[in-house]
Write a protein that binds this ligand. Structure first.
Ligand SMILES: NC(=O)C1=CN([C@@H]2O[C@H](COP(=O)(O)OP(=O)(O)OC[C@H]3O[C@@H](n4cnc5c(N)ncnc54)[C@H](O)[C@@H]3O)[C@@H](O)[C@H]2O)C=CC1
Ligand SMILES: O=C(CO)COP(=O)(O)O
Length: 345
């Protein structure tokens, strides 16, 4: 048993990951922004607001003070929504153990800067942390992690030894962790699959059927790969857990908030109404905005993202968006961008 680990963010996934950590750590702290939530978790040994029905081990203690949550921790897992990452890391920085490994499991991009989460974290921490920032991603709905259903994820870090420390910290007989050197690919896959899952929800909401959904996932993966490679990812990463794996689960699972949000969009609800009704983070909405900007910046064709942007923010009707997608000029299927990546190796 290791000593003490911290999870920053007591939403659904932070809470689920804290239960995983109790299998390898004798003391797991779970930071909640609101003191009432921390108190309720400590009192009831459950997080009824974000992960109902899951009994939390005694090894978990919730805190609302960042300083108290991370004292003595050389393993810190950040699981806050993407819009809260910068402010949270900024507040956390003075309290971090100088040798801490900082892992994030957040699937989004920073809207104002279009940066990936590891870039945001690196900007807010001293340079000495650079090689100790990692990302965890893959098909892992909190509800199933919480009930110890078999789950596999991938951890990427620039330094293989760091990735292996994270693997060691989280691996259990129900939570299998792979490693990867491709931080960019793992972050891009995790963030962008939410856009395609929103689209799958729209398609299902309109009762378009299985052919349409399969096409959406496949061509969605093509555009994720296209922008991912432009940003420096290895295209093979998108065939892995952070690519296909997470895309499939998010676009088909009843647990997926992004898929459910797409369904609501097809029923005519606005993004604000959807977020209000969900009561939990729907990362794909902001990510669509960020990635639509990125695509323009790098001149990458992302037709599905573009149509979703029009649906979410420009008042386009879902059926009109589908007509646009189906009526585009004819193209080859092969991804020239990915092929060029290998030619340049
Ligand atoms: N729920 C899931 O199954 C999975 C979620 N993720 C990712 O984990 C991240 C967190 O998602 P969930 O835990 O599901 O969210 P959630 O919607 O269950 O909870 C969000 C949490 O963030 C807190 N929060 C909101 N604004 C904040 C702020 N400004 N500062 C600090 N904390 C704030 C809320 O109080 C709440 O505790 C997201 O990026 C999500 O994509 C990744 C894998 C699986
Ligand atoms: O990333 C997830 C599963 O791997 C969670 O997806 P949702 O945010 O759509 O629920």
């Amino acid at each position: 048993m290791k000593n003490r680990a911290a999870v920053i963010g007591a939403g659904s996934f932070g809470t689920a990951l804290s239960t995983v950590l109790t299998e390898n750590y004798s003391d797991v702290s779970l930071w909640a922004r609101r003191a009432e939530l921390a108190d309720a978790i400590n009192k009831t040994r459950t997080n009824e607001r974000y992960l109902p029905g899951i009994q939390l081990a005694d090894a978990i203690t919730a805190y609302s003070s960042l300083a108290e949550a991370v004292v003595g921790c050389t393993f810190v897992l950040l699981v806050v929504p993407s819009h809260a990452m910068r402010e949270t890391v900024r507040a956390l920085a003075p309290h971090l153990h100088p040798d801490a490994i900082v892992v994030h499991a957040t699937k989004g991009m920073e809207l104002d800067t279009l940066k990936r989460m590891s870039e945001v974290i690196a900007e807010e921490l001293p340079v000495s942390f650079r090689s100790r920032i990692a990302v965890l991603s893959g098909p892992s709905h909190a509800e199933e992690v919480g009930t110890k259903a078999p789950t596999t994820v991938v951890v990427a870090a620039p330094d293989r030894k760091v990735a292996e420390v994270v693997q060691d910290a989280l691996m259990t007989n129900r939570f299998r962790v792979y490693t990867s050197p491709d931080v960019i690919g793992v972050e891009v896959g995790g963030a962008l699959k939410n856009i395609i899952a929103l689209g799958a929800g729209v398609s299902d909401g309109l009762q378009f059927g299985d052919n349409a959904k399969a096409a959406l996932l496949t061509r969605g993966l093509a555009e994720i790969t296209r922008i991912g490679v432009k940003l420096g990812a290895n295209p093979l990463t998108f065939s892995g857990l952070a690519g296909v794996g997470d895309l499939v689960v998010t676009a088909t699972s009843r647990h997926s908030r992004n898929w459910r949000a797409g369904n609501m969009l097809a029923q005519g609800m606005t993004p604000d109404e959807i977020v209000d009704q969900m009561g939990m983070v729907v990362e794909g909405i902001k990510t669509t905005k960020a990635v639509n900007e990125l695509a323009k910046k790098y001149e990458i064709d992302m037709p599905i993202t573009r149509e979703l942007h029009a649906l979410l923010f420009e008042g386009k009707e879902p059926r009109e968006a589908v007509n646009h997608l189906m009526g585009r000029v004819r193209r080859h299927e092969t991804e020239d961008m990915a092929l060029r990546y290998f030619e340049n190796q």
